[in-house]
Design a protein around this ligand. Structure first.
Ligand SMILES: *Cc1c(COP(=O)(O)O)cnc(C)c1O
Length: 395
């Protein structure tokens, strides 16, 4: 039994016991260096190679397109900075992205802006989805890269990745997607979607923390990130994290194989939470498109309250949730994602993100549905802002 209800799977997930089991040999007896030539190291080499084959099968890419990183942030940084540097050499210094990317992308773009790149951020509208017409209109002769996330980490909205990929390929512009929230959760087809760079992270799909990958389309020779040995074809040197890589592949394989079943049940739980919370609590609204969203994502704003207070009270009742991105907690600014879909500051402040996993039970949903309305009411009873809203309503 869990001590608490964990509804923050967009922040990180529990390492599955099967994944730990697959990793254990490489954390214990099979400690040989995957880059050594003797038989003992070969066991690790074989495990790393097999892991890349498994990752490639899930993502519909080639095994030699998989480059291991320390996670999603590193993959995002590597892809964007490399593409920018390579294209700048050809005089292309314009990058297109969206207003609601993860900070690993947005802050990388900020850094490039200081180096003289011009950045166009596409709007994502009330439903949290980019329009391909906006992308077409933004493309220029000097566009170096398009970077659009596969699924948003706060509001869960899915972007038209295949269409964007086709447009970019047609225009001969590289396309990077931060697919950290998508891999292991929705079908991803690297080849068919015409993706050139794809970032992923194992801890977002029940794998270990500190390992991820950048998938780089074959034929693109990006600069080395870490100089040293020949690991990752010399692009990112350093002794392979054998256990981490095996864990990432095992978790991905499990997620891909079980995806249809898991998602059918997740969507039911998600839609029940959305229906009963927005239906049962006045002045509440769902953030992001109701259909084109991750199976486990619920993001709702409640007028007249502070999301942080809601989180603290949920925590006291044993429910782990989020009010936006974990990276901005501790700051008083509302989430850039909620502002990007047009929420006023006051409403953005009163938002709750619940992110479910296959381990979320119907009893967990019952508990959340029992606790949230009571807490929202209690907070509203104490809120001067809510009083103002009620008064203006009665006028
Ligand atoms: C979690 C996350 C990241 C960062 O991944 P790390 O492995 O934690 O560095 C990047 N992008 C998105 C969309 C994420 O959800």
């Amino acid at each position: 039994m869990n001590r608490f209800i964990y509804a923050d799977n967009a922040a990180t997930t529990r390492l599955l016991p099967e994944v730990l089991e697959a990793m254990m040999p490489y954390l214990t007896d099979e400690y040989g260096n995957a880059s050594s030539l003797y038989g003992f190291g070969q066991e690790s080499r074989i495990a790393v190679d097999r892991a890349k084959d498994e990752i490639a099968a899930c993502l519909h890419c080639r095994a030699d397109e998989v480059f291991v990183t320390s996670g999603g942030s590193e993959a995002d940084n590597w892809a964007i900075k490399s593409a920018a540097a390579m294209m700048a050499a050809k005089g292309k210094k314009h990058i297109i992205s969206t207003a609601f990317e993860h900070h690993a992308v947005l802050h990388t773009l900020d850094a490039l802006k200081k180096e003289g790149f011009e950045i166009t951020l596409l709007p994502v509208y009330n439903n949290g989805i980019v329009k391909t017409d906006d992308l077409k209109a933004a493309l220029r002769e000097d566009t170096a890269l398009v970077s659009v996330m596969f699924a948003n980490n706060e509001i869960g909205t899915l972007q038209p990745i295949a269409e964007i990929g086709a447009i970019c390929r047609e225009h001969g512009v590289w396309f990077h997607t931060d697919a950290v929230q998508a891999v292991g959760h929705v079908p991803v087809d690297f080849a068919a979607m015409n993706i050139d760079f794809l970032s992923l992270s194992a801890h977002k799909f029940h794998g270990p923390k500190g390992v991820g990958a950048l998938i780089i389309r074959k034929g693109i020779r990006i600069p080395n990130l870490i100089h040293g040995g020949a690991q990752e074809k010399g692009r990112r040197a350093g002794t392979e994290n054998t256990a981490g890589i095996v864990g990432m592949a095992t978790a991905m394989k499990l997620a891909c194989n079980n995806m249809d079943n898991v998602n059918a049940s997740l969507c039911q739980k998600r839609d029940r939470l959305i229906r009963e919370l927005t239906g049962g609590i006045v002045r509440s609204r769902l953030n992001g498109d109701a259909e084109k969203r991750l199976p486990g994502n619920i993001n709702i704003s409640f007028e007249g309250i502070e999301g942080e207070s809601l989180l603290l009270m949920l925590d006291m009742r044993g429910i782990c949730a989020s009010s936006g991105s974990a990276c901005t907690s501790g700051s008083l600014d509302p989430s850039h994602v909620l502002l990007s879909i047009g929420l006023p500051h006051a409403i953005a402040h009163g938002s709750l993100r619940l992110s479910l996993s296959e381990e979320t039970t119907d009893e967990d949903i019952d508990t959340i549905l029992r606790e949230v309305p009571v807490i929202v009411q209690r907070l509203r009873d104490m809120s001067p802002l809510w009083e103002t809203i009620l008064k203006s309503e009665n006028q």
